[in-house]
Write a protein that binds this ligand. Structure first.
Ligand code: ADP
Ligand code: MG
Length: 650
């Protein structure tokens, strides 16, 4: 009869700080194939330690271990895992069933690592053997201790191991269940299986073929009660099993099952990512929306526009004595148009706030006085009614055009053309409604009343100067050169000393203004994105936190999975897939929530939001990466757990 196990001078020393504890001392032992061996001895004598070494869950400090003649003392961790899954079956005192798996799934669990998936059907035969077929869909908590242990025995058998290692398998059982379990083990032995069992009950020990007694880490006696049965056992080599890894789909299925088994926790970690991603999508939509709205408004003004404004005159007294004035008049607009052939049109304008009223409705708005060229220069052809004429301007007629916001406030859908409104207590007749330009950026462009320039200056504001002159230039001209020439011309007209040239008037190029504004709105978008990214990061840390807790909580499960043959990589992927699923699901829900929010803001609140495809794609990739990156650390921790420490963890 061939020897299955041969231990030569095995030592096991635990080091705790400065103390060393020799738990196994020079243990040499040979176990024959087909035997039924009991290991007995007082608590703390090293029985479990010896079993774990035989079971390759732990490595000896010194000595050699041969399994079927092959030296396995120096195998790598994953090689040991491979060895465990095909050669060994474990039965623990604590059963160690996975609580969220049914009996059948628990039995078939080792197949995950040998065949790549859990096939419940393959557990039927074994559940029949342990007389539990009627409990196959029950969860461990729905079964008695004896039933759970029988499930654990069936699990140990599913990969047809050579050796069953049972560490006090009846320690937690009542005497009836104890009998059942021992009966099953005896039957297994009769069919050729080698069994090594730790027990402290003399009665059980006396029924085994061979009894090994330990004390203080040494074998003190070794007696044979019954002769080694002579059986014709089939020879199997240790190398014949294929390496089968889990498919990604199976990892995914397992991950989902795990996540669903703890719904509240899963929901909370998904919520973290969801909020992060949703805020990224919404904030980007608000940012780009605002930017687009501003750019649209600005581009409607045209890039070939210059705006001339009054500045300030330093040392006012002396300069004023020399006849200098830093004020603009309507004549300046006319003079500039006549002087420069490249100037197509000019419009002088005055601005002020005014209280307007119609019947019992009141509104405070901006009143702009302009010359009739404003209509074409600022693309303001009325959507209803007409613009005023040059004659009306000259005659200071009391006519006005109102913007959409003013129209809504005062008339709210009723016809307005021809009605009289009061502007600062002066009656004006409404002759037109200005085209809608949209709210966006810094102010509502439709909250305005436009009146003739002369009317505005003389009747409303009582002044003879203007605030600014818009200058439209033909397309071919070099703007910056013309800009300088106009400034020179105007300062000369107003006798401004050359030293004050730059401060007396300001001239701006619309293209420059556009660039500056879109630059600042880009900055705003970036700021929003940074804020949102921080919340995404917080979501990621949430995942990591929950995964770390899960690893701690499931330490025993990891130990068990390793005992039945899971490699480091299997455990690593198991946890990674879970956190990636959380990241991706949170990401998808976040994109949905964020987009809905952006649409709600657009249609109900009226903000100009714009959801870009790129922000959706980027946040999806981001949430995937968050799951991956924040899952790596806990998953690595889990995969590096030592099987025996994990199993002993309470
Ligand atoms: P038995 O199963 O015979 O009751 P064990 O093999 O579990 O005994 O333990 C033998 C001795 O080794 C005990 O004194 C125990 O405290 C010690 N021991 C077991 N595991 C560790 C460990 N990881 N670190 C330190 N000491 C340990
Ligand atoms: Mg023990």
């Amino acid at each position: 009869m061939s020897s299955l196990i041969r231990l030569e001078k095995i030592d096991k020393i635990y080091t705790m700080g400065d103390n060393t504890l020799k738990v196994l001392n020079d243990v040499s032992l040979e176990i024959q194939e087909g035997d039924f061996v009991a290991i007995m001895g007082p608590s703390g004598s090293g029985k479990s330690t010896l079993m774990n070494l035989i079971g390759c869950l732990d490595i000896p400090t010194g000595g050699k271990y041969f399994f079927k003649g092959k030296d396995i003392s120096n195998l790598e961790e994953d090689e040991l895992a491979f060895f465990r899954r095909h050669q060994l079956g474990f039965i623990f005192q604590q059963f160690n069933l996975l609580s969220y798996f049914s009996a059948a799934e628990n039995v078939a669990l080792p197949l995950l690592y040998t065949e790549g998936k859990i096939e419940k059907e393959k557990s039927h035969e074994l559940l029949t053997k342990v007389n539990l077929l009627d409990r196959e869909d029950h969860l461990p908590r729905e079964m008695s201790g004896g039933q759970q242990q029988r499930v654990a025995i069936a699990r140990a058998l599913i990969n047809r191991p050579r050796l069953i290692l049972a560490d006090e398998p009846t320690g937690n059982l009542d005497s009836h269940s104890e009998k059942q379990v021992l009966e099953i083990l005896r039957e297994l032995n009769q069919s050729g299986m080698t069994i090594v069992m730790v027990t402290h009950e003399e009665e059980i020990g006396s029924q085994c073929n061979r009894v090994i007694r330990m004390r203080d880490g040494e074998i003190v006696s070794d007696t044979r009660n019954f002769p080694l049965p002579v059986r014709d056992l089939p020879e199997t080599s240790m190398e014949e099993f294929p390496h089968t890894g889990l498919s990604l789909a199976e990892h995914f299925r397992q991950g989902l099952k795990q996540l669903l088994s703890n719904k509240i926790r899963t929901f909370l970690s998904i919520l973290g990512v969801l909020i992060g991603v949703a805020s990224v999508v919404t904030m980007l939509a608000i940012g780009t929306g605002a930017q687009k709205a501003i750019e649209k408004q600005l581009s409607s003004l045209g890039a070939n526009l210059l705006v001339l404004r009054t500045g300030s005159l330093r040392g006012g007294g002396a300069a004023a004595e020399a006849g200098a004035t830093a004020l603009l008049y309507e004549e300046d607009a006319v003079a500039v148009r006549n002087k420069f052939p490249a100037v197509v049109q000019t419009v002088a304008s005055v601005n002020g706030r005014a209280q307007v009223s119609f019947k019992n409705k009141n509104w405070n708005t901006q009143v702009t006085g302009v010359t009739p060229e404003y209509e074409s220069l600022r693309s303001s052809t009325p959507s209803e009614g007409r613009f005023f004429t040059e004659e009306e301007d000259r005659k200071r007629s009391r006519v006005a055009l109102i913007g959409m916001t003013v129209y809504r406030e005062l008339f709210n859908g009723r016809p307005a053309i021809g009605e009289e409104i009061k502007v600062n207590k002066v009656y004006f007749k409404i002759i037109g409604i200005l085209p809608e330009k949209g709210a966006g950026g810094w102010r509502d462009q439709d909250d305005v009343i436009v009146v003739p320039l002369q009317t505005g200056m003389k009747r409303l504001f009582g002044r003879n100067t203007v605030d600014s002159v818009d200058i439209q230039v033909d397309d071919k001209t070099d703007m910056s050169e013309l800009q300088d020439q106009i400034l020179d011309y105007v300062t000369t007209r107003h006798k401004i000393p050359p030293s004050q040239k730059d401060s007396a008037f300001q001239i701006h190029n619309m293209a420059d203004i556009q660039a500056a504004v879109s630059e600042s709105s880009k900055t705003m978008t970036m700021l929003l994105t940074v804020i949102a990214t921080v919340s995404l990061l917080v979501g990621g840390i949430g995942i990591m936190n929950i995964m770390l807790v899960a690893v701690t909580e499931r330490t025993k499960e990891i130990g068990l999975r390793k005992a039945i043959g899971a490699r480091r990589r299997d455990i690593l992927y198991q946890f990674l897939v879970e956190s990636v699923v959380v990241g991706v699901v949170g990401g998808l829900l976040g994109i949905f929530t964020g987009s809905s929010l952006a649409l709600i803001l657009n249609y109900i609140v009226g903000w100009p939001t714009s959801i870009s495809m790129s922000s959706v794609v980027v946040s999806f990739i981001f949430s995937f990466l968050i799951g991956l990156i924040f899952g790596v650390y806990p998953a690595r921790n889990a995969s590096r757990l030592h099987p025996i420490q994990a199993l002993r963890y309470e």
